[in-house]
Design a protein. Structure first.
Lengths: 708, 467
């Protein structure tokens, strides 16, 4: 389009001249940009910075821990009681909550039982554009299977009751394992300490979440009620179930404190820590700590929270802190050689000028890559990696701390002491906060517990990758309009007045835009088809998948027939260069979609761009390649077919899965299960696949099959 | 008659009524789901001035015999309160009050579309006639003239912005209807209607006050035409050419070929305008009698618009600026920003006085860009007015770029808002960035459309010289 401006005016403005320059070399520019984008992505572990505690008020580790070994042995006794409780009785799931409640009251806290039923998540495709809708109390509340969360609250002696810190310990109330009991022991020892201390300025909530319906469901149900449950709702749900089950329990244990059975609240939550203990021991000589931070749709807690935990764990308690990584990448030779290459470059640069410091050891690089890949993967999936994900939906920063003890059974008291001191230190730090976490980053990727890549850096990789899209779109567009206007001028130049009549050359994109819009509309239909397929309960995944594909195809043909633009039979009617316009509009649509997705969930957009950008940029009708019969053209055609094959979402999924875990047998119905889980977790990735990736793929295939 | 047939073929292809009725049904369906969409709380859709929720609040206050303006909730007209107020609380056959109000918006949208269509039809007629009277009509051999009225009306009805603001429980559809009514009245020569539309739209949202210039030009000079001196030239060149003109066009012909300004109609317009103004003022005075009188009303409506008291985020650029600016500069910048609109008026009026409808489009676009509480409803109006000139703007540049920009911004802006307000990972700058982007695209749209229009005029001049 800028090209047209150049035709009209002999000397356009400088900014347009730069644009023209870029457009005329768009092929070269796009190759350079794409390669640079991929390189920048691979260089992210090198560019990662060390974390630092940004908020001054936190002051981690400034006070010596108060948790004594007496507290730890209290916690150990509590643990033993739970284990004995677990072994002797025929468990109905009430005994342990009751015992926890008793202990909470003994240590001076307030207790409250929260009865809940897991709510099946509804799919809201519009939630990224509109606000969330919280506080839906179920209509069909049945009393058959429920869970009981035990909530203990310490009121802060120095606080005003407006803020709170949450400790969550998920456990299965029917069958409690030793590790779950350990986490309860940790929480109890910290809780009983905190009920005595005088420095507390924020209330402490201990949520012993009943995880028999899943950890996340329990925490999410409690949070939903914490924020939205009104008294009337509570009475309604209690009335429906009658005073038999939980109410009886509550009467026995809570009456002593003279409390009513309402829902107890403290203030707004400043932070939440989910404490878990891993079943297996580490095998290292130190106790291990694994941090899980990814919440739904690539949201991360404030980096400061991770920083405090990391700082206190490493410097205070001497734990070995790790974040999850993709193990299969650790052994890959190409990554290692890449790491060696950058190390070598770093050395060369350092020998040239000692001031240039980049390059990290190759093993660090590989580890960073594996961690980064896992971070990207988890964010892209949009499924939270633990119960902490529920908090992020309410803007509460939270992480899951998974401890793995060094020895399996002995020295539990020491373990409790270490972990308890760490938790106490973190709580004390958060307690110092004057306002909610805001100082540090929310948008970042971790390459190790103490290194991170901030949004300003990782966006460069993404921006480089998608920068060719608008350029190529502009080049193609100007090509299309130039060829058309050139043709007009050539035919009309002899008959003088012809150039005068307004021809709609600059509006010729409208028909193509309609096609693209229709295909994206089809994408929206494809998005909601599974919602109806789920109504048939007893269908196997493979049948559902086939039904989905078939109905999508039917809809595609229906829409094509309705719009009359995409149908393959009438393609010959289109003008010769029509496909360039179609490609221009497709590329623009992909650009808008990717930009939008990068705001919603960066990781999805990055991974999607790696697939979508080459596919969109390469797409040229196969017929042209076949008729040209040069090596280059044939190569291009082969690339196109390959990209078209890889770009189809199910094949892309299967190939990715095969690459990541080679041990598993790969089946087609995995794809359905995968999309099902994405939908259940309300992931933006699902919407991206159906409404951006799939339509663009269809349009690219349309371009490939274009008849000259 | 040949022109008629070319337009007719287009018109048949378009199927105006089919699509118009389809759009009405589409709106009805969406209205049914409006509870789930919850559009009425969107900053893009309802502003403090247009929100019907606020209107319901004001109505309640009035029912409790308090001033509807107390508590800084309602800032609209008292007349709207007494017309729409009862609807917000009434329930007819299971329909809630909000649904009734969106039915009102639907009707208003439909009327606006019909009026746009009528305006466009007369514009196309004038366009063809001008070409003929300049002796250029034989250039039309192969090309068709787009029935811009039909297209513009459909664009208005199917524009996502219009649809969203129609089901978003606000009054912008009604405001738009009066603006369009005023333009239609002026272009069809119905002076009382033009005056009525202008006065009411001025009363409702203040900014249409600048439309007085295009309306006066429309009444004085007639519909959009190429520069008048071309007609003088062609008059001198060939008087006999136009003698064969159709009888129906004769009167218009006289109207256009005359270069003088018909003061008489303008005077009548101002007479009618003063009649309607006094009527509106008296009605307002009656309804505000117990609540502080007209002074209170002016302070709470126009004062609220001009002083930009509500700094809650919207798609405009002023809220951010006035949230940042120091208090002692505030008055100065208020003046600067409002004068900004006024600065544009005079040069545009001088340069484009031969195209009053286009001038009206420009004023609406500029004011919707610099307005204190803009919403997507304003954009919907000026976009469909832009389409009225599709024949003249056939060679407009950057149309695809603008289209993509509008699509991108309108998708990105809610996401940024979500990121800021609900997810808490973004901040106000994220959202404001999209607001700036939106303003830039609007500026490019205005600049490009003006330059395309001027190029069109130049081309006609060149052609006239050739012929």
């Amino acid at each position: 389009m800028a090209e047209v401006a150049a035709v009209v005016k002999p000397k356009p403005r400088p900014i347009i001249r730069i644009g023209l320059f870029l457009i005329s070399y768009s092929f070269l520019v796009s190759i350079i940009c794409c390669v640079a984008g991929v390189l920048a992505l691979l260089l992210l572990p090198v560019l990662a910075k060390n974390t630092y505690i940004s908020e001054n008020a936190l002051m981690p580790g400034s006070a010596s821990p108060m948790l004594s070994s007496a507290d730890a042995s209290d916690g150990h006794m509590f643990l033993n009681k739970i284990m004995s409780q677990n072994s002797i009785s025929i468990n109905t799931g009430i005994e342990i909550p009751e015992m926890i409640g008793k202990h909470i009251i003994e240590s001076g806290g307030e207790v409250n039982y929260h009865q809940f039923q897991p709510i099946s998540d509804n799919f809201h495709p519009l939630q990224f554009f509109l606000g969330p809708d919280v506080g839906i109390v179920q209509e069909n509340y049945s009393c058959t299977s429920y869970g009981i969360n035990t909530v203990g609250i310490v009121r802060a002696p120095r606080g005003d009751g407006k803020e709170a810190i949450v400790i969550v310990t998920p456990y299965n109330s029917v069958k409690t394992t030793t590790s779950e009991a350990l986490s309860l022991g940790v929480a109890y020892s910290v809780f009983s300490l905190l009920s005595r201390v005088s420095w507390l300025a924020k209330d402490i909530i201990w949520l012993a979440a009943d995880s028999r319906h899943g950890e996340h469901a329990a925490v999410a149900a409690w949070l939903r009620d914490y924020y939205a449950l009104s008294r009337a709702d509570l009475e309604k749900s209690l009335d429906m179930c009658g005073p038999s089950s939980v109410l009886g329990l509550e009467l026995t244990s809570v009456k002593t404190n003279g409390e009513s059975n309402g829902f107890r609240r403290a203030g707004t939550m400043a932070a939440a820590l989910v404490i878990k203990v891993a079943d297996s021991s580490t095998g290292f000589e130190k106790d291990g700590l694994k941090i899980y931070a990814e919440a739904s749709n690539g949201q991360m807690p404030n980096l400061d929270l991770i920083n405090i935990v990391n700082y206190l764990a490493v410097h205070g308690q001497g734990l070995q802190v790790r974040v999850e990584k993709i193990w299969s990448l650790l052994d890959s030779w190409w990554l290692y050689s890449l790491g060696e290459l950058q190390e070598l470059l770093g050395k060369v640069a350092k020998s040239l000028n000692p001031g240039w410091k980049f390059g990290i050891p190759a093993s660090d690089y590989v580890e960073g890559c594996a961690t980064l890949a896992n971070s990207l993967y988890n964010q892209a999936l949009g499924v939270p990696t633990g119960p902490h994900g529920a908090f992020r939906d309410f803007q509460v920063d939270s992480i899951t701390l998974e401890f793995s003890p060094r020895f399996s059974s002995s020295q539990r008291v020491l373990f409790l002491l270490h972990v308890g001191r760490l938790v106490e230190g973190v709580i004390r730090s958060v307690n110092n906060l004057l306002e909610k976490f805001h100082q540090s980053f929310f948008l970042y990727l971790l390459t190790s517990p103490s290194r991170f890549v901030s949004v300003g850096i990782y966006m460069i990789a993404f921006a480089l990758l998608i920068a060719p899209l608008p350029l190529v779109a502009a080049a193609l567009f100007s090509d299309a309009s130039k060829s058309k206007s050139g043709k007009d001028e050539a035919s009309l130049e002899p008959s003088q007045p012809g150039e005068s009549i307004p021809t709609f050359t600059t509006w010729n994109w409208i028909r193509t835009a309609k096609t693209v819009l229709m295909v994206h509309l089809w994408g929206a239909i494809v998005t909601i088809i599974p919602y109806f397929l789920c109504r048939f309960p007893n269908s196997s995944p493979i049948a559902s998948l086939l039904m989905w594909i078939a109905s999508s195809l039917v809809w595609l043909f229906f829409i094509c027939a309705a719009s009359g633009s995409l149908s393959f039979s009438r393609a010959s009617q289109l003008q010769i260069r029509e496909w360039t316009l179609l490609k221009a509009v497709t590329v623009t649509a992909a650009f808008i979609g990717l930009c939008l997705m990068s705001v919603i969930n960066y990781a999805t957009a990055q991974i999607g761009a790696l697939l979508l950008v080459p596919m969109c940029l390469m797409a040229v009708p196969l017929r042209i390649d076949l008729t040209a019969k040069t090596t280059k053209a044939l190569l291009r055609g082969a690339c196109n077919i390959l990209l078209g094959f890889v770009g189809f979402p199910p094949t892309a999924f299967i190939m990715l899965k095969g690459a990541l875990d080679s041990s598993d047998r790969i089946r087609l119905d995995d794809f359905w299960n995968w999309t099902e889980s994405l939908r259940a977790w309300n992931s933006a990735t699902y919407i991206y696949i159906c409404m951006v990736h799939l339509p663009c793929w269809v349009l690219c295939i349309r371009i490939l099959l274009h008849r000259r | 008659m040949e022109d008629r047939s070319t337009i007719g073929s287009w018109r048949n292809k378009l199927g105006f009524w089919k699509w118009a009725i389809a759009s009405v049904f589409f709106r009805l369906i969406l209205t049914y789901f409006s509870k789930n969409l919850n559009l009425s709380s969107r900053p893009e859709v309802s502003t403090p001035l247009t929100s019907l929720r606020r209107l319901a609040e004001g109505y309640w206050l009035k029912q409790l015999s308090m001033s509807p303006y107390s508590g800084s909730m309602y800032h609209g007209s008292p007349l709207l309160l007494s017309i729409l107020g009862p609807l917000t609380v009434k329930k007819i056959g299971g329909l809630s009050g909000e649904l009734l109000c969106s039915l009102v918006s639907l009707v208003a949208d439909f009327i606006s579309a019909i009026l746009i269509r009528a305006t466009g039809a007369s514009l196309v007629r004038a366009y063809l006639h001008n070409w003929k009277s300049l002796g250029l009509d034989k250039l039309f051999k192969g090309n068709e003239v787009v029935p811009s009225g039909d297209v513009a009306a459909l664009v208005y009805l199917w524009n996502p912005f219009t649809i969203v603001s129609c089901i978003g429980f606000n009054t912008s559809a009604i405001e738009n209807m009066f603006v369009v009514m005023s333009l239609y009245g002026a272009s069809a020569g119905l002076v009382p209607l033009a005056a009525f539309g202008w006065v009411v739209s001025l009363h409702l949202s203040l900014y249409p006050i600048v439309l007085v210039i295009p309306v006066v030009f429309l009444l004085g000079y007639g519909l959009d035409a190429p520069p008048r001196k071309l007609f003088v030239q062609s008059n001198l060149q060939g008087e006999e050419k136009r003698s064969a003109c159709h009888a129906e066009l004769k009167s218009m012909n006289d109207k256009f070929s005359k270069t003088n300004f018909s003061w008489w109609r303008v005077v009548i317009f101002f007479l009618w305008a003063s009649v309607w103004t006094s009527y509106v003022v008296i009605m307002c005075a009656i309804s505000m009698k117990e609540y502080g009188g007209l002074g209170e009303m002016f302070k709470r409506t126009y004062g609220f618009i001009l002083a930009i008291e509500d700094l809650s985020p919207n798609i405009g650029v002023l809220w951010y600026f006035f949230a940042e600016v120091f208090d002692f500069f505030r008055n100065f910048f208020l003046i600067v920003f409002h004068v900004n609109i006024l600065f544009m008026i005079l040069p545009l009026a001088i340069r484009l006085n031969h195209r009053p409808c286009f001038l009206a489009f420009l004023y609406l676009a500029v004011s919707s860009m610099l307005k204190s509480y803009p919403s997507v409803g304003d954009s919907a109006l000026y976009m469909s007015l832009l389409v009225l000139f599709v024949n003249e703007l056939a060679e407009m540049q950057f149309t695809f770029f603008l289209f993509c920009g509008y699509v991108g911004i309108s998708l990105l802006s809610p996401v940024m808002h979500n990121l800021w307000i609900w997810r808490g990972t973004g901040n106000a700058n994220f959202y404001f960035a999209t607001a700036i982007g939106y303003a830039c695209f609007q500026i490019i749209l205005v600049v490009e459309s003006v330059s395309a229009m001027l190029n069109h005029d130049r081309k006609i001049r060149k052609l006239c010289n050739k012929v």
